[in-house]
Ligand binder design. Structure first.
Ligand code: F0G
Length: 451
């Protein structure tokens, strides 16, 4: 490892350790908080010592035309800002990152915003943003000589870990809450060859069990408490800045579950600013589901200074998390950038997801909280019509096809949940219709949809 280049700094007490000194559960032995990868002196470097922003921007763009595997990764093409490996030959990549930034035309029109974009992280190799973090942390696991890696997951982390472990020739152990993850995600862990254990508990319970396991067995923990995950997950910030020609959007809106991703993106923008690549940071807002909203409650109570866990309940199973590990980091990002922390209801999530579908993009339910949250921010006057907004869509629509089908069949929401939104919901529903196998019958059906 380039341990002379990076160290791990405890987010709670500020203690610094070498990467090799981290405990298996990645908690600080002094205060129990999480670590952050730190590149000493980046902010303070002056003159010739400082990376040349123009040269970096040119190099990163140039790599997009390179045929080298490492350059074709949207994570490792920024490797100057993630010197976490001794040898970049150890990187395990599936050509992750370089995901599209789409204009959301209909939603922009409805909300009266000029510039509304979706950064679709669901277009990664395993269909979620987790790939960007997994390429980074799994590469560290390989370089450190581990043969087993493990995670507790609501489904996407496990899918990503299983795939990258398979590519690296490592074995992987997945702990998931029984019956509480989407089939698409479970099928991926199976297909990529993980040992998959469904535990009779929730995500938070799976985390507790796994923490004990890694303290007893030589298994490398790949949950987002692993600070190297966040190094990969910060790179979409670089892609967004690059797409905006090294300015930044006014707002970035991110779903909140275990709250690592918002932390990682905040770190990415902060490092760009420290290195002089961008002049400011976007306001970063985090949106949670109403039934899994511990950070929202923490902001209401005391501006996010302390947080009480909740018993989580939402159909957006990816973010069904009551005791998020990285809440302190996320709260700081929200406060430092002047963003907000909001929650949205099951009905609001369902409507927003269908609207993203109608744009021809689609996403999984947890990603749709971003659009639902944006609507609230606009209504509260916190996002202006002349401001630019990027929604971070975290997962592909095919991850949770059951949710989508239930929505279109009208079986997703309860009557109480639908009350007051019946018209909006039925305008978005497109159930499949059973039709006789004749052209006449199909054409007659079309007439019903004309206009
Ligand atoms: N969106 C999706 C699709 C996710 O899978 C997750 C988290 C999040 C948002 C929230 O991100 O945890 O960094 O705040 N999924 C994890 C998992 C917990 O196990 O796949 P976060």
């Amino acid at each position: 490892m380039n341990d002379n280049l990076h160290s791990l700094r405890c987010f709670g007490c500020g203690a610094r350790i070498a990467g090799t000194e981290a405990r298996p559960d990645f908690r600080c032995s002094q205060c129990g908080d999480l670590f952050e990868v730190e590149y000493a002196g980046w902010g303070q470097r002056q003159g010739n010592d400082r990376p040349n922003p123009g040269a970096l921007k040119w190099l990163w763009r140039e790599r997009r035309c390179s045929s080298e595997a490492l350059d074709q990764s949207g994570v490792w093409r920024f490797r100057e800002l993630l010197p976490i490996l001794d040898n970049f030959g150890n990187a395990v990549s599936l050509h992750e990152g370089n995901t599209p930034l789409y204009k959301l035309k209909s939603a922009a029109k409805t909300l009266g915003i000029d510039q509304l974009f979706a950064k679709h992280q669901g277009m990664n190799p395993t269909g979620s943003f987790k790939d960007t973090g997994m390429t980074a942390a799994l590469s560290v696991a390989r370089e450190r000589g581990f043969s087993w890696v493990a995670c507790a997951s609501t489904g996407n982390t496990s899918a990503a870990m299983a795939a990258y472990a398979a590519r690296a020739g490592l074995r992987s152990l997945v702990l998931i809450p029984e019956g509480k993850i989407a089939w698409g995600k479970l099928s991926q862990a199976m297909d990529y060859g993980s040992v998959t254990c469904q535990l009779k508990t929730d995500f938070d319970g799976c985390v507790r069990v796994l923490t004990q396991i890694v303290n007893e067995a030589p298994i490398y923990l790949l949950n987002s408490v692993n600070p190297y995950r966040l190094e990969g997950q910060k790179t979409p910030a670089f892609e967004i800045a690059e797409a905006f020609d090294w300015t930044v959007p006014d707002h970035l809106i991110v779903p909140g579950g275990n709250l690592a991703n918002s932390s990682a993106l905040g770190k990415g923008f902060r490092e760009l600013q420290e290195l002089g690549l961008v002049a400011r940071m976007p306001k970063i807002s985090v949106i949670q589901a109403e039934g899994a909203n511990p950070l929202v409650r923490a902001f209401v109570e005391n501006n996010g200074e302390t947080m009480e866990p909740v018993e989580a309940q939402t159909r957006a199973t990816a973010i069904r998390i009551g005791n998020p590990a990285s809440w302190r980091k996320a709260a700081k990002v929200i406060r430092d950038t002047g963003g907000w922390c909001l929650d949205v209801s099951e009905t609001e999530i369902a409507i927003a997801k269908a609207e993203i579908g109608v744009e021809g993009l689609g996403c999984e339910p947890a990603s749709a909280v971003t659009l639902a949250g944006l609507k609230k921010l606009c209504a509260q006057g916190k996002v202006g019509s002349n401001e630019s907004v990027v929604l971070l869509l975290t997962g592909h629509t095919l991850k949770d096809a059951d949710y989508t089908i239930n929505f279109h069949r009208g079986t997703l929401l309860t009557e109480t949940e639908s009350a007051g939104q019946v018209e909006a919901l039925s305008a978005l529903r497109r159930d499949a219709v059973a039709v006789d196998a004749t052209p006449a019958a199909v054409l007659a059906t079309l007439k019903g949809f004309a206009g």
